[in-house]
Design a protein around this ligand. Structure first.
Ligand code: TRP
Length: 448
């Protein structure tokens, strides 16, 4: 058997998993989805989703991964029976990984392009940020170029194996990102429109809540924490038997949520209220506006885009890692070959998304990128999460689950934990996710 590799330590895992979780989902997706879904009430629902639905599923994925020590498809087979239909949950995950990676890399490419623009002075205040974005988005060649460059970076890290690249990148990224974001928050708070922005962002107006809002909040929680498609199963499969899974999950969830909330604390005070139109371009416009105004804006902007690139890279790596792990573990492919071939295929699949913000009329009209994001980044992840808790609750069984959790910790011995987890996995998660998906299915409302 091939040596599967392992994280160097518990901290190594926390860094790598935080690196997977923290990415464009926090800095790009969270602010614009919040903007499009009413602000404060959405943020409230988001935090609620993280705590009561996503967190138990994070633990679930990690335990499944560490127990099976396999890619998502192999894990479900190993924990049920050979040829069991439960392996379809893993297969759905691998498929979803492909799909998310395809458009995610497009946006990651934007961060790369903006770094180049920042360094060369193309973001200077002579041009309005909205125009800069529009021109860039309409340039098909540039879109495809940056998509492929970013994919090449991703392939490079994944080909190098688990420990070498991912852990180290996250170790530098997280502290620097945190401090820089704090500075930006401090700055935007001094702007005259800051209070109005904070009001929109933090004051919950529940009259704006619809089932669609709830779906978006839950989807965002899954997306941001890299849940619902087996990324945490895969990362969990590289955790040692002595590490405490519960506290690891707690740290990752905390850091990820913190960074998302902080991103909102930059964007909305800078914006001064609800965005007129909130879409994928939002942060690229608002942030550049900020960098155009502040002293040393070019330097700060450059550093910020470098951090965004690292944050996005540790996430694209985790997506490609899931897909590759499947072909490595199940099909016996060699790691380098898997990373290169799958990266290429996914980059090609990303082309329609890359052309959908103005470069190609047809894909633009279809809102291809947003639609992919809704379908795979929301529906597919929540569905995956639902199936995983049904798997633990009704197929694998809580007894084996607790045994898997027991290595490296004592939390499973607490009655309060056992009760909470049993209720979460049997009732709260299935009913909330299932109910919501059913509602969407029946009413057929909501598509992008
Ligand atoms: N969580 C990452 C982010 O917020 C994106 C991501 C990486 C992801 N791996 C994932 C999302 C797996 C869903 C599933 O940017």
């Amino acid at each position: 058997m091939q040596d599967r590799g392992q994280w160097s330590s518990k901290l190594g895992f926390i860094l790598a998993a935080s690196g997977s979780a923290i990415g464009l989902g926090n800095i790009w997706r969270f602010p614009y989805i919040t903007g499009a879904n009413g602000g404060g009430a959405f943020v409230f629902l988001y935090i609620l989703s993280v705590l009561i639905v996503a967190f138990p599923i994070m633990i679930t994925e990690l335990v499944i991964g560490r127990t099976a020590r396999k890619d998502p498809v192999g894990a479900f087979l190993k924990l049920s029976s050979p040829r069991s239909p439960w392996m379809l949950v893993g297969a759905l995950g691998v498929l979803t990984g492909f799909a998310i990676l395809s458009y995610y890399t497009v946006v990651a490419g934007w961060t790369l392009a903006y770094l180049v623009k920042g360094v060369t002075g193309a973001l200077a205040h002579t041009t309005h940020p909205a125009i800069i974005f529009k021109t860039f988005a309409a340039n098909g060649t540039a879109q495809i170029f940056y998509l492929f460059v970013f994919m090449a970076l991703t392939v490079f890290v994944v080909a190098g194996g688990v420990k070498n690249g991912i852990e180290k990148a996250a170790k530098i990224l997280l502290p620097v990102l945190f401090v820089l974001m704090l500075c930006l928050i401090a700055y935007v708070m001094t702007l005259p429109q800051a209070m109005k922005g904070l009001h929109f962002y933090l004051y919950p107006d529940f009259s704006k809540v619809t089932p669609h809002t709830v779906l978006m909040a839950m989807g965002q929680a899954f997306f941001s924490l890299s849940l619902g498609m087996g990324a945490m199963i895969t990362y969990g499969s590289y955790i040692g038997k002595k590490d405490n899974l519960f506290t690891s999950a707690l740290y990752v969830t905390f850091f990820d949520t913190l960074i998302a909330i902080m991103a909102g604390l930059i964007i909305f005070p800078a914006l001064g209220g609800a965005p007129a139109k909130s879409g994928p371009s939002l942060i690229f416009i608002v942030l550049v506006e900020v960098f155009q105004k502040i002293p040393f804006g070019q330097i700060i902007g450059t550093v910020f885009f470098i951090l965004m690139i690292i944050a996005a890279l540790t996430s694209t790596v985790s997506l490609l890692e899931v897909v590759s792990a499947y072909f490595i573990d199940e099909k016996g492919m060699n790691r380098k070959k898997a990373a290169v071939i799958l990266g290429m295929i996914t980059a090609i699949l990303g082309i329609p998304s890359a052309l959908s913000l103005g470069a190609n009329a047809w894909f633009t009209k279809l809102k291809f990128l947003s639609r992919m994001d809704f379908l795979f980044g929301n529906i597919s992840l929540t569905l995956g999460g639902l199936l995983m808790c049904l798997f633990v609750a009704y197929r694998w069984g809580l007894k084996d689950f607790m045994e898997g959790l027991s290595h490296g910790g004592t939390i499973h011995e607490r009655r309060s934990f056992r009760w909470w987890f049993a209720i979460a996995i049997h009732l709260i998660c299935p009913i909330s996710i299932g109910g919501m998906l059913l509602y969407i299915l029946i009413t057929g409302n909501t598509l992008g």
